[in-house]
Every structure is written in C-alpha cells, then in structure tokens.
Ligand binder design. Structure first.
Ligand code: AMP
Length: 191
C-alpha cells in the first residue's frame, strides 16, 4: 500500500489536488470534511454531532473523528492505499492513525504539505463559498477561527511526521497543474 497525507491549511487546495491524485494513482480518498458534510446532508446522528463544531470553525472531537476513520479504513481493506485529506488535524489523530495503519500492516509513506500564505487562503475561501455554499467558507469570523485552529492544533501533525522524516514542503501557489506536477514528482520518487 502507498498511503499519503495531503497536508495544509484550509483553502490551500487539498480538495482540488486530491481529486486529481486519486484519479492518477487509484488511491482511496479519505476526506473527513467531505464525510462530515455528507453525514450532515443525510441528517445522521454523526452529522448532527459534527455540525455545530463545523459551523463554528472548531474541530469535531478526536474520538468521533478517529472512530469514523477507523470504520472507513476497515471497510476498504483491498485498496492500493489511502489519500488522507483534512485528517489528521491534531497530534492525537496522527498517533491514532499510525496505530490504525500499523494494525493493518502498513504506514504513512509521505506527508505532502502545501504552503500558502494566509491572505491567499482567505481569498480562496471567499471564492469557494460562492460555488460550494459552505457557510464555514463565507463567514470572516469562522475563516479566522479555522486558520487559528490550524496554527494552534494542526501544525503539530507536521511536527509529528517530521520526527520520522516523512514531510515534504511544497509551494501551494501557482497553477493547479504546476502544483499537481510537483506533487506527482514527489510521489513518483517514492513509489
Ligand atoms: P475541511 O473540509 O477539511 O475544511 O473540514 C471542514 C470542517 O470539518 C473543519 O473545520 C472541522 O470542523 C471538520 N473537520 C474536518 N476534518 C476534521 C478532522 N480531521 N478533525 C476534526 N474536525 C474535522
């Protein structure tokens, strides 16, 4: 298996690049944000639990998120590998993911981290809100909160994987195709 984490702040292009990467490499896309949004639109118990946190720009509690990821991994045993997008977002989630993967005899191969300056992130969220209808992209207070959560809680995930030499920082500014090409180069050199 080849498992990768596409890492970066909200609005850094993880979703866009994930779509292209899963098409090229046949990986299973695991976006916790997408799963939560689908649970919300299906009005499930999990969706109800997640919604208030998402609307406020806060993280859904680790136990809920990790339990959900565990189920998805167990339900996809035969895949080539996973592309984790928007997960892990805390050090506890990263440690839990390492344990889950270990239980399946595999591990994270690489963390590709997209660097995008904060003012650009806000512009991208505003642009995305127009077509996605995502209220967490449209509200300036929630945008700021999500960036603060990234700084205070999620950057620790990169630190965690840096201790295992698994992190590659990439420029997240430029055309979608150029960024995709640099991501592919890193993957191809490791596969
Ligand atoms: P995203 O689509 O990745 O930007 O996520 C949207 C929102 O879903 C986040 O602001 C969080 O409220 C929630 N969320 C997504 N992934 C996670 C995660 N790994 N841990 C906790 N909350 C998450």
């Amino acid at each position: 298996m080849f498992n990768l984490i596409l890492f970066g702040p909200p609005g850094s292009g993880k979703g866009t690049q994930s779509e292209k990467l899963i098409a090229k490499y046949g990986l299973k896309h695991l976006s916790t944000g997408d799963i939560f949004r689908s649970e919300i639109s299906n009005q499930t118990e999990l969706g109800l639990k997640a919604k208030s946190y998402m609307d406020a720009g806060q993280l859904v509690p680790d136990a809920v998120t990790i339990g959900m990821v565990d189920k998805v991994i167990n339900a996809n045993k035969g895949v080539n590998g996973f592309l984790f997008d928007g997960f892990p977002r805390t050090k506890a989630q990263a440690e839990a993911l390492d344990e889950l993967l270990k239980g399946h005899g595999t591990e994270i191969n690489v963390v590709l981290a997209l660097d995008v300056p904060e003012n650009e992130l806000i512009q991208r969220m505003i642009g995305r809100a127009k077509t996605s209808g995502r209220s967490d992209d449209a509200d300036p207070e929630v945008q700021q909160k999500r960036i603060a959560v990234y700084r205070n809680e999620t950057l620790a995930v990169a630190d965690h994987y840096r201790t295992f030499n698994k992190v590659v920082q990439l420029n997240g500014l430029g055309s979608i195709d150029d960024i995709f090409a640099s991501l592919c180069q890193e993957i191809d050199s490791r596969k």
